[in-house]
Design a protein around this ligand. Sequence first.
Ligand code: MF3
Ligand code: CO
Length: 256
Amino acid sequence: MIVRKTPAELEKMRRSGMLVCQVLERLSSMVREGVSTLDLEVEAEKMIQEAGARPAFKGYYVPAIGKKYPFVLCTSVNDEVVHGMPSAKRILAKGDVVSIDMGAELDGYFGDSAVTVPVGEVDERTKRLIEVTRNALELAIDKVRPGNRLFDVCGTVERHVVANGFTIVREFVGHGIGTQLHEEPQVPNYVDRKNENPRLKEGMVLAVEPMVNAGKADTRILEDGWTAATRDGEYSAHFEHCVAVTSNGPWVLTRS
Ligand code: MF3
Ligand code: CO
């Protein structure tokens, strides 16, 4: 069942979304050569605490892995796709790209968003990877409207990525969000004909999160048991926003 939120609930989701947005803006501004991914983690935890919120990922049980995720952030560098773990040893260097993914719970409602940030100058192909992934999300957001269907959102990401010569990660998907971090429906970044294709209705909220690889789509899990990385070692990008279906069109809860 896809839970629909009342206007009052959407206002609460807006507040958690704004917190996530503010934290990601601050972390993005910290990204430079010499900063560790643990530096980002420390700042994120501090800001969430000060806001009277709770990190959504830390302690979150992931059934597929059978463990609780131990950090506030997922910081996935270069060929890492998702679920990279912050570390003092992971010092960002020029030419790297870091995806920062964060969720927070405020007043019982969740927000979840991700950005991919270049560290200094990156090569042209990497710039294009980031732009194509960001634009795939923007084009998909525009499909989050009453009367459209889920596959309109999924297919829009898929078409934009494929048309630009990059590949879509299939093992990880977007999701509904509300009083739970992960709610129905699953929101793959491709049309999955095995899934249902529900009509979008006012009050539904989708976390749309394209994960796009520069090379082949295949991923593997690293020795730490969490980090997903590309098999071919090529770079990956990830952007995410929470989007509410409203009579006025898409409402991006995680953007100011
Ligand atoms: N943003 C991801 C998601 O929406 C990460 C959450 S998984 C966790 O699924 F393990 F980090 F909690
Ligand atoms: Co998410």
